[in-house]
Design a protein around this ligand. Structure first.
Ligand code: SF4
Length: 280
């Protein structure tokens, strides 16, 4: 009898490519890359069954550093590209990676609608509250009184975007916050997000040591959420609005998870989505 011998599980490093990251020494994104590869290894996902899609920015270089399928897209458009991929190849595990500028400014509209569509994607945003690749402009999550950028020497004066709250309001079923300074906690969050059968958003505090060197202090202020995840959107909204946004853990996990009762009326099936793509 002929058969294929079972393959031994891959190690995290086998999900990394030979391309050396060009991130600055100390950048938080190194730990996010490592957490993603550890999660893929933990879940024993075959490399050919995984795709990582990104937009533009320092963090969006991440697919090139992995040994799975990857697509380095255009600014702010990672989510629609990933949506098309998932609609065409629903059996793939599709991760989307990017930064706060890419995902919440240029891609902000896509972010809301990806949450609402609730396709089975894992969206990992490395938030450092700045556009790093283009040398330090304020992003949607920049604090209003940050005066270190030459482009906004008096601060933006604008309230910063609250990614978790926007995700909740837009219908995401799984919302978590992680920290690159806690690689093992981040690996657990990403693993849980990949396993979640719906749209999972992981907001990662990932310092930019070059344009926001003060973020090196985040390790002193980031803290774990004491309460477990809630399935109550009102309680989750309260925590997101009242907290200091430095709390890590799963904040919201809808139950039943997919399709959620909460957004059942807004759910689009893969078949419907394919139909929309075909008919333009
Ligand atoms: Fe990381 Fe900032 Fe350097 Fe970009 S500029 S690689 S975000 S430290």
């Amino acid at each position: 009898m002929h058969g294929t011998a079972p393959q031994p599980p891959l190690k995290p490093k086998e999900y990394k490519s030979d391309v050396k990251p060009i991130w600055c020494a100390g950048c938080g994104h190194f730990a996010v890359l490592s957490a993603i590869t550890k999660s893929l290894a933990h879940l024993a996902l075959p490399r050919e069954q995984v795709a990582i899609v990104s937009g533009i920015g320092c963090s969006s270089r991440l697919p090139a550093y992995t040994h799975v399928y990857g697509f380095h897209g255009i600014h702010g458009r990672a989510l629609p590209i990933a949506t098309g991929l998932k609609a065409a190849r629903p059996e793939l595990t599709v991760l989307v990676t990017g930064g706060d500028g890419d995902g919440f400014s240029i891609g902000g509209n896509h972010f809301m609608h990806a949450c609402r569509r609730n396709l089975d994607l894992t969206y990992i945003v490395m938030d450092n509250e700045v556009y790093g690749m283009t040398k330090g402009q304020a992003s949607p999550t920049t604090p209003p009184d940050w005066t270190e950028s030459k482009l906004t020497p008096h601060g933006t004066g604008l309230p910063s975007f609250n990614p978790a709250a926007i995700a909740l309001a837009s219908g995401a079923g799984f919302i978590a916050r992680g920290f690159s300074g806690d690689p093992s906690g981040l690996t657990d969050l990403i693993t849980e997000a990949i396993q979640y059968p719906g749209f999972a958003f992981v907001h990662v505090l990932s310092p930019c040591v070059t344009y926001h060197p003060e973020q090196k202090q985040w390790k002193q202020v980031v803290h774990e959420q004491v309460e477990g995840a809630t399935a109550d959107p009102l309680l989750a909204a309260q925590r997101m609005q009242q907290g200091d946004r430095m709390t890590t853990g799963v904040i919201f996990r809808a139950n039943p998870i997919y399709p959620t009762e909460r957004n059942e009326s807004a759910k689009v099936s893969l078949e419907q989505l394919r139909e929309q793509f075909l008919t333009g």
